[in-house]
Write a protein of this length. Sequence first.
Length: 88
Amino acid sequence: AAVATPDKVEKQLRSWRPDSAKFSLSKFTSAAVSGRSLVAIAALTFIAVQALAYGTLFVAPTLRVFFNLDIGLGEMGTCDPALCTHLF
């Protein structure tokens, strides 16, 4: 995981402000976009993992038991072999 250590912070600040009179807007913007895109990727990955876990633990067994529909996630719950519809 990326940790903001003093040397990394100083390096970023030096890349935006090579001296006290100049400021590089393009480098600042690219660093901001890069940071936000990493956060967005992490958030989407977290949501995908949570959705998969929720589907495996709750949705798939409910569909098997009450609707005789097997969507292929996990093994919990049973459906009647004669009536069970397998999607995957």
